[in-house]
Design a protein around this ligand. Structure first.
Ligand code: GLU
Length: 512
């Protein structure tokens, strides 16, 4: 029975790399009819950020990949609690178990002694501090101190940590489902701390103990955790537990391929890296997410899944259901994948077109209310949505691109005016002004006829006359079909805009 977990630390908003990890775990679990757990790894209280856990849950739910079990659900599988801070009491005895079995030891070194070690290693040319099979020999720990002193120190409450005791000359071999066999020599691995002096577990201890206690069968996580895996494998062996299978996902790279996509890159390059908006609890700074930028969750999912996984053919469009059917770890590559925002927009545009028009009515209603814009009935709103749909890439574009349906233009596209304002085009607009006044039935067909008449009368091609009319009515140089726009605006409003425009151009331009 497959059981996987997504184990974020609540240190801030969920980055899309983390979201992809969650997605792959979800898909893998669902594909195998297994269970997807959310475990909050919050033992490092110094990095804890208020609101991050709620954010993570909301983001997963918005994407439709809600975990089966987690701190936000009933404990259906009886493996909780699912916040490590609520499991604190569990970990110490496991660290002690390793000490008893000879795989770990107590270390009493003071910060000054650790600093002295750092200096000594530095003098020998080492850039980083290594507390390992060599240096532990001359530090204060239960391997070097007499047993009686160790007992005394513990009894008197001296601060200590528990460290893993890596043997000097062994190899650790494990199979990564994406990368194949990996072999690491134990001399390469430091004696990592398992239990901190405040009695709290480190990531390594809590992670391994919880994966075991929760019955995790597959650990699917980011590549940045690969260096920790040999230690974890060693710990499983030391505990005498069967290790889960491991799959380390490829990195998501910056669009230029230079390094890992970071939280800062989005800001600098103008695209979101978070699924939802995040308000920093300290600074109050607000960072927009995909949701607020006008993305549909199905588009984000489809975009994200292909950053690492690929199907057996060249299809690109995948619903969550299809993904559940087809997902497999074998089809995840190991090479880093470049992030490509225009591809994300392409998917979003596709999914916007797939959605029924009525889905976007609430969005428009909200904007109408907020801006105190002209209101329309639902049918007309649907027509407006239909007209805009082919052009929008983000749902927010319905508002940005379509504002002219609800409010008259605040400014006019100068380029078009420069290019198209001529004697004949001015006459064309004046002709329309007069003709429209007396037009009885204001509908697409009749409007179309008046435009044709005007063109004929002044010997104009549509490409010469319509752009200016469009600017007069919408302010913009491009947009949906003009007769349709005019029909929706109505005779009165259309005439008002036309007059306004003529007055404006005449006021700023020399008479022709
Ligand atoms: N807490 C780790 C993180 O923040 C979990 C890594 C893992 O999945 O083991 O990603």
């Amino acid at each position: 029975m497959v059981r996987v977990r997504f184990a974020p630390s609540p240190t801030g908003p969920l980055h899309i790399g983390g979201l992809r990890t969650a997605l792959y775990n979800y898909l893998f679990a669902k594909h195998h009819g297994g269970t997807f757990i959310l475990r909050i790894e919050d033992t490092d209280r110094t990095r804890y950020v208020e609101g991050a856990e709620a954010y993570i849950i909301e983001a997963l739910q918005w994407c439709g990949i809600d975990p089966d079990v987690g701190p936000h659900t009933k404990d259906k599988i009886n493996a909780g609690p699912y916040r490590q801070s609520e499991r604190k009491h569990l970990y110490k005895k496991y660290a002690e178990q390793l000490v008893e079995a000879g795989f770990a030891y107590y270390a009493f070194d003071t910060p000054e002694e650790i600093e002295a070690l750092r200096q000594r290693l530095k003098a020998q040319g080492s850039k980083t501090i290594h507390y390992n099979y060599m240096s532990r020999e001359y530090m204060k720990n239960s391997l070097t101190l007499p047993a009686s002193e160790v007992q005394e120190r513990i009894a008197r409450g001296d601060p200590y940590v528990i460290r893993i005791k890596m043997p000097p000359k062994e190899t650790i071999r494990f199979y990564d489902e994406i990368r194949g066999w990996i072999t690491v020599h134990t001399s390469q691995i430091d004696d990592k701390i398992l239990l901190k002096s405040d009695g709290m577990p480190t990531y390594h201890l809590a992670n391994v103990v919880d994966d075991h206690l929760m019955g995790i069968t597959h650990v699917i996580r980011g590549e940045e955790w690969l260096p920790s895996t040999p230690l974890h494998v060693f710990m499983y062996q030391a505990f005498g537990w069967e290790a889960p299978r491991f799959a380390h996902l490829p990195l998501i790279l910056r669009p230029d391929g230079k390094g890992k996509l970071s939280k800062r890159d989005g800001d600098q390059m103008g695209f979101p890296v978070f699924p939802l908006q995040w308000k920093d609890p300290k600074s109050g700074e607000i960072i927009k997410g995909y949701r607020e930028e006008g993305f549909l969750p199905e588009a984000l999912i489809n975009f994200l899944v292909l950053l690492g996984w690929h199907p057996s053919d060249n299809r690109e469009i995948f619903s969550l259901d299809t993904l559940i059917k087809e997902f497999s770890i074998e089809r995840i590559g190991k090479a880093g994948v470049r992030f490509n925002y225009s591809k994300a927009l392409w998917f979003n545009q596709y999914y916007i077109r797939q959605r029924p028009n009525k889905d976007f009515i609430p969005l428009l209603r909200k904007a109408i209310k907020e801006n105190q814009w002209r209101d329309y009935d639902d049918n007309t709103l649907e027509t407006i949505i239909q007209l805009l749909k082919e052009r929008v890439k983000r749902t927010t574009d319905f508002i940005e691109e379509g504002a002219f349906f609800f409010t008259s233009p605040k400014e006019y596209d100068e380029k078009t005016i420069q290019k198209q304002w001529k004697q004949e085009t001015q006459a064309f607009l004046q002709f329309l002004e007069q003709t429209w006044e007396t037009l009885e039935q204001w509908d697409v067909e009749n409007i179309q006829n008046t435009l044709q008449q005007g063109l004929k009368q002044w010997g104009l091609k549509p490409g010469k006359a319509f752009p200016l009319l469009r600017v007069a009515i919408t302010g913009k140089g491009a947009g949906p079909s003009l007769p349709n726009i005019l029909a929706i605006l109505g005779k009165e409003e259309s005439l008002k805009r036309l007059k306004q425009f003529l007055a404006y151009v005449q006021s700023v331009k020399q008479p022709l």
